[in-house]
Design a protein around this ligand. Sequence first.
Ligand SMILES: [Zn+2]
Length: 401
Amino acid sequence: MSNHEARSTMLSVLLGCLVAGGLGTAGRPLSADVSPAGAVGLPETVAARILPMRIEESGDLPVIATWEYLDGAGAYNKAVDELLLSRLDAYKGSIYYPAIPTEAVESSTGLSVSVRVTGMSGRLVTFRVSEEAQEGAPRSTVFTTDLDTGTTHEGQPPQPASVLSAVFPWVDRRAADLSALDEPAPPGRKHINCDLVPCVALTYDDGPNHDTLRLLEILRARGVHATFFQQGVNIAASPDITKAVADAGHTVANHTYTHADLGGIGLEAVRQEVLLTAELIKQQTGRHPGYFRPPYGTLSAEAAAVVNVPVIMWSVDSQDWLTQNKDLYIPQVMEGVHPGAIVLMHDIHSASVDGQDELIGDLLAKGYYAVTLAQLFEGIELSPGAIYYCRGPAASCTQSR
Ligand SMILES: [Zn+2]
């Protein structure tokens, strides 16, 4: 190869890189911009902190959005949320709410957005937003978030490395440094924005017992976290199981000591039911329980004031305890579930645990993200003694925006 040929080969490689680097996105669907792994080109330590996200919505205004959260980069995650929500609101012409697609969506028919971390330089995270709407040319914009100040601006950081990253975006990705990130959030508390993605909070009542351990294994295999409303009497009998639930990253919450109907006992008895159970949970998990659910859903205003933590009911009743049959309670949940739902189930019944792998598989296949109550209500200040049923725009739910 002559010098001249070598130079022109170099040039065509460089030009190829420029195109592949995202300066143009025409001719391929934007949804392909984020690989399934979501973290290609990042060092393994940082890639493990990437949470790939996806929403898809069919109908008159179809949407496909893919993005990456970065655990330990709160200001970046917030910037991505704000950016996506503002784009989606503008596209819809009203406040965007998460939805479940009823039919397959072609990225070429509506709005496609992808957000990808392109580099990190110290506490600066650079990311590329690629957009393609049915009308208008595809757009690709780079932003930089300063994790210390929480500010985000358009463009690369003013470091020499950023010049390289404009041409070779994966160079900065590989240079990303784990030490620039904050401590990872504990499992079950990782950032997910339930105003953006369709969330479902699975809740399991009345345990713990030996079936709880079987459920923990199902949740672990599915990579899903949930909330357990436990009875004090069962915690006292199986304290190790309560500890195992918390150690796995799930939330343990208060469901009274004896499963008493709080409508039928005095306030002092209510106080005892609540305090005894809270103390047992604190002993096993190291945390005072942050949520309460009354047995049978009955709670007077006076008793709610005694409870002194947010009271969590449900918006979807599986009736699993009644049917004890997964062929009945799974369709019951799938018909009632909605973005922001809280689903009531009971891990104390083995028939309920039997259907959980199938149910969770069905929910994930529909596009739901299974979350804990802390994740479901992130960004909403819950009041002690107040009652919550779900998150979202429905009348009975708590609206966040
Ligand atoms: Zn119960």
